[in-house]
Design a protein around this ligand. Structure first.
Ligand SMILES: Nc1nc2c(ncn2[C@@H]2O[C@H](COP(=O)(O)OP(=O)(O)OP(=O)(O)O)[C@@H](O)[C@H]2O)c(=O)[nH]1
Ligand SMILES: [Mg+2]
Length: 654
């Protein structure tokens, strides 16, 4: 395979991920050895490592039929097969969404999900993991001819009676057809597992069929396309932006009520249709630029996001290794931009979300270590002061410290009461967000709907669904508020009365999830009231859509539940550790004072021990400084620690 920009970029991404993972893995034994591998740090590192290991990069290709989506995939990814690999043709060609990936655990194969599974109650995502429903065909990658022939299955149709088509929710597209039979896609979803250097690096491609196919599979619209890290929206220069192109763009790519999506690239394909030997190349270039300008205006996108290509000539040029033609095809700049959009966005996202979590957990530790350092210094100072004190002064100090200890004990009692109240509210919070009990209610609503597939029945059920969810969210919001208050009060008490140095307590908020649910509610509302719904109220799509709404609502609640559980389990941990530490410190002070009465020698030993502790704390802070540097830029240094500080810093294994 020739070296392309995309290979370079994904290679860079892979190297970045490996370096980042190595750093996080090295950090763990060192933190454990230092007694600093707290639950928060452990969770943050665990999350970051999972994100680094699991991250796939998905590029989806969408647009109206016959714009050259599949040809573009062939040119971008499969030119090294020396031929057109995925089937392309005039008219509708790709009949089902096709996921192209490389799963080394499976042999190269084409898995196809029959269209009849649209009758199943199961959601598409559940069916995706249920191999029992799939038909699997092994592929011979060494024989491009037979491979291409097998891939023709992606274009298969079948003839069925109108009634069956209607039962599958595929009839409305052909209302008015005279014959008794209609042609429908044979497959619902395809998964092509193929060896390829880019796919082996975690790239996944989603080819989608044109026409109404996106709209008739809600999970494709609402889950698979939005989950893609980059979307190539393909137009054809010979058609311009037609009404149906615009509809797909507005409905499925730039969806209303959703934040602008990064990583959308518009491709004006088939520019070779404007090539004309009788016109100067400047003239042709100008007309392509003009068309891009038009597209930019109509779609309301930045001209920088639009790329003019000829997928067909790009494929040809790569097969024939004709560099001049490849340059003219415009494929290279699209490829470069795609690589940047995908890789830069992924790195930024991982950096923003996951590295930030690790950094925050470490910053929290630093605050605690600084607090311990101060306490240590204070203790050492009082012991130094003891040297010149009389026995009676020591006795007075002992009495004062014992009083402190008693006062502290009352704070501990308050802490225990606060903790119990926090846990109690926490149970109510977690109950409200419990998906199992929510499922029970949802099943009831679902039953209420079956047999009542009227607009009224549907509306009523959707309303009940959101009423139920909103009432749970209200309970969750109230509990969260009380818990936040408790958390703040407990922290404040220890900070003001006992001079604790603590990071601000983590605060869970339900608002983010609430907003997502209200967006979903609004989206369902638009669907409920659309004329399309009225036409299809007995139809598959409506039912399917309702299931998707339910699944998505459940997912939001599950995420909220998991966030809340994590908060409930960990919010008080740093304070709990410090509460114990401080009690031990006071107890030690009392002991020191008692011993000081007997012999000043023991005081000396304690001072030395405290100095040793202080040096250890200082070394920890220095190492954290290095960790911060590396997290901000893992390429900047070969390892975390130097040789001189072997026990304070992790020695990297390379
Ligand atoms: N002239 C020209 N033809 C192209 C180009 N790209 C694709 N085609 C042709 O246009 C037709 C449709 O291409 P496909 O790749 O099948 O289009 P698609 O968008 O995948 O269509 P569906 O699979 O039906 O959604 C095929 O005959 C391609 O050979 C191009 O850049 N220039
Ligand atoms: Mg296609």
């Amino acid at each position: 395979m020739p070296e392309t920009n995309l290979i370079d970029q994904l290679g860079r991404f892979q190297a970045w991920k490996q370096m980042r993972s190595r750093l996080l893995i090295q950090l763990q034994p060192w933190l454990t050895q230092q007694g600093l591998f707290t639950t928060e740090v452990k969770n943050a590192i665990g999350c970051a490592l999972r994100a680094l290991h699991e991250e796939h990069v998905t590029v989806a290709v969408a647009g109206e039929f016959s714009r050259g989506k599949t040809e573009l995939i062939n040119a971008l990814f499969f030119a090294d097969h020396g031929r057109r690999l995925l089937p392309t043709d005039a008219g509708r060609t790709t009949m089902c969404p096709t996921e192209i990936l490389c799963d080394p655990k499976q042999p190269p194969q084409l898995s196809l999900l029959p269209i009849e599974t649209r009758r199943e109650e199961q959601t598409l995502s559940a069916l995706r993991d249920d191999i029992g429903h799939w038909q699997v065909f092994e592929l011979d990658l060494d024989d491009p001819e037979s491979l291409a022939a097998q891939l023709q299955m992606l274009t298969e149709n079948k003839q069925v009676g109108k009634r069956e088509a209607a039962e599958l929710g595929l009839f409305q597209e052909r209302e008015g057809a005279d014959s008794e039979h209609v042609s429908i896609p044979r497959w619902r979803l395809a998964r092509l597992n193929i060896r390829h250097p880019l796919l082996a690096q975690g790239l996944r491609i989603l080819d989608t069929p044109g026409l109404n196919a996106i709209g008739s599979e809600p999970e494709l619209t609402y889950e698979m396309l939005p989950a893609a890290h980059a979307v190539l929206f393909v137009l054809a220069a010979d058609a311009g932006v037609t009404q149906s192109d615009l509809e797909i763009w507005q409905k499925y790519i730039q969806r209303p009520n959703h934040q602008e999506r990064r990583g959308v690239i518009v491709v004006l394909n088939k520019t070779d249709t404007l090539w004309d030997d009788l016109r100067s190349s400047r003239h042709i270039a100008e007309s392509i630029i003009n068309q891009c300008r038009e597209v930019s205006k109509t779609l309301e996108v930045d001209p920088q996001q639009i790329f003019a290509t000829s997928a067909q000539k790009a494929l040809l040029s790569r097969v024939q290794q004709d560099q001049a033609l490849e340059r003219r095809s415009g494929i290279a700049s699209l490829e470069r931009h795609l690589g940047e959009a995908v890789v830069t966005n992924r790195i930024r996202l991982i950096q923003d979300e996951h590295t930030r979590m690790v950094t925050e957990a470490i910053e929290a530790l630093e605050i605690i270590i600084r607090g311990r350092q101060e306490r240590n210094e204070h203790q050492r100072q009082s012991l130094l002061d003891l040297a010149g004190q009389s026995d009676s002064a020591i006795k007075r100090m002992l009495a004062a410290t014992q009083k402190d200890y008693e006062h502290y004990q009352s704070s501990i009692d308050a802490y225990q009461r606060g903790l119990a109240a926090f846990k109690q509210h926490g149970h109510t919070l977690l109950d409200a967000l419990n998906v199992k009990t929510l499922n029970r209610t949802l099943n009831e609503i679902h039953e209420m709907m079956t047999g009542a597939w009227t607009t009224y029945g549907l509306k009523d059920a959707m309303l009940r669904l959101f009423e139920e969810i909103n009432s749970r969210i209200d309970v969750a919001a109230r509990q969260t508020q009380s818990m936040r208050r408790l958390l703040r009060n407990i922290h404040r008490r220890f900070q003001s009365e006992h001079h604790f140095k603590l990071p601000p307590p983590p605060m869970f908020s339900i608002v983010k999830h609430q907003v997502e649910l209200s967006l979903l509610d609004r989206e369902a509302d638009v669907f409920r009231n659309s004329t399309r719904t009225a036409l299809m109220e007995q139809h598959f799509v409506t039912k399917r859509y309702f299931s998707t709404i339910v699944t998505r609502a459940k997912r939001i609640i599950r995420v909220a539940h998991d966030d809340a559980r994590h908060w409930h389990d960990t919010a008080l941990l740093p304070l709990a550790t410090e509460v114990k530490e401080y009690r031990n410190t006071l107890a030690q002070q009392i002991l020191d004072l008692r011993r000081a009465g007997d012999s000043r020698q023991t005081v000396q030993h304690r001072i030395i021990a405290l100095q040793r502790d202080n040096a250890r704390l200082r070394a920890q802070l220095t190492s954290f400084g290095k960790v911060h540097e590396l997290l901000a830029n893992p390429q900047s240094a070969p390892g975390i620690g130097g040789h001189k500080q072997q026990h304070a810093t992790p020695a990297p294994k390379r």
